[in-house]
Design a protein around this ligand. Structure first.
Ligand code: F6P
Length: 327
């Protein structure tokens, strides 16, 4: 593939997500396949600013495809948000002869890359890597499938104990301002209600539904609450409901960061592989200032400006299904 690019820098940034290592491996091996040099930038934009940059080879990324987290480490860099921070980062890229970048991360990561492109014209492509699945321009982000499977597995375990004790559990899952993880956990975990930021029942509707379960002798129930819920988190909802509830013994579980760890599912590994190859091939064909995505099984390159700050809408069919199945 003919391209002026000779040295690609790769890094992971923002919250870690399972599959980031598989994505890194794909970027490194594709770069080497096309006879390009590849450098790993440690700790996201922080390492770009401090100059923690290491040469990678095909063997440097051996035995990582199955590992959670990111061997390059990650960070949410405050300094990179300043022009001075980006100037330092650019100097370090120049010093190492890096003439193109591939990042794996979420909304903050692609915003940073876009800034760098605007100010220093460095060709770059971002691969969407976040458990939240909150980025438009791709059906799925790397890490979402694994995190949701992890959460569903935890919910199944909570169900065992909930049923044994006739208890009602409010279970909080991650997702920032997106209800993707929650709605899918609600459907897969058999929740009686799922509270998401995008569309949720009112408190009265939720409590009426739970009351109805109590009155009709429902022995236990699970409510999945997205951390971005506008009705309040799992703790708050449990407290409010316990003030009027006469039926259930109520408990709360906040799944938290356990959703971010663990070995990536086959789906996330394959997604990471496809996106990694597409990211490097895209750069070499002249794509830049964009995010690679997969929509309806097709690789697409989305201009950063068309996706930054946009909300990834939850498909209406998932919302409909969740309602029908929770009666
Ligand atoms: O973006 C991934 C995510 O895990 C969100 O779901 C969550 O809101 C946030 O990161 C937590 O961030 P931190 O690990 O910095 O507390």
């Amino acid at each position: 593939m003919d391209s002026k690019i000779s040295r690609i820098g790769v890094f992971t940034s923002g919250g870690d997500a399972p599959g980031m290592n598989a994505a890194l491996r794909a970027v490194v091996r594709t770069s080497i396949f096309y006879k390009k040099e590849v450098y790993g930038i440690m700790q996201g934009y922080e390492g770009m600013i401090s100059g923690e940059i290491v040469k990678l080879g095909a063997r440097s990324v051996g035995n990582i495809i199955q590992r959670g987290g990111t061997i390059l480490k990650t960070a949410r860099s405050k300094e990179f948000r300043t022009p001075e921070g980006r100037a330092k980062a650019y100097e370090n890229l120049k010093k190492h002869g890096i003439d193109a970048l591939v990042a794996i991360g979420g909304d903050g990561t692609l915003t940073g890359l876009h800034k760098l492109y605007e100010e220093y014209s460095i060709p770059s492509i971002c691969m969407p890597g976040t458990i939240d699945n909150d980025i438009t321009g791709t059906d799925f982000t790397i890490g979402f499938d694994t995190a949701t499977n992890t959460a569903v597995e935890a919910i199944d375990k909570i169900r065992d104990t909930a049923i044994s004790h006739n208890r009602l559990f409010f279970i909080e899952v991650m997702g920032r301002n997106s209800g993707y993880i929650a709605i899918n956990c609600g459907i897969a975990g058999g929740a009686v209600a799922t509270i998401i930021p995008e569309e949720s029942m009112t408190l009265d509707e939720l409590f009426a539904k739970l009351d109805e379960g109590g009155k009709t002798n429902k022995k236990s129930s699970l409510v999945v609450v997205s951390e971005g819920s506008k009705l309040g988190g799992a703790m708050e909802l449990a407290k409010k409901f316990s003030e009027r509830n006469n039926y259930f013994d109520i408990k709360v579980t906040i799944l938290g960061h356990l959703q971010r760890g663990g070995s990536p599912t086959y789906f996330d590994r394959v997604l990471a592989g496809k996106m990694g190859v597409a990211a490097v091939e895209g750069l070499l064909k002249g794509e830049k200032d964009c995010m690679v995505g997969i929509l309806n099984n097709q690789v697409v390159y989305n201009d950063f400006s068309s996706i930054i700050g946009k909300h990834h809408e939850i498909d209406s069919e998932s919302l409909r299904i969740a309602k029908i199945l929770s009666i």
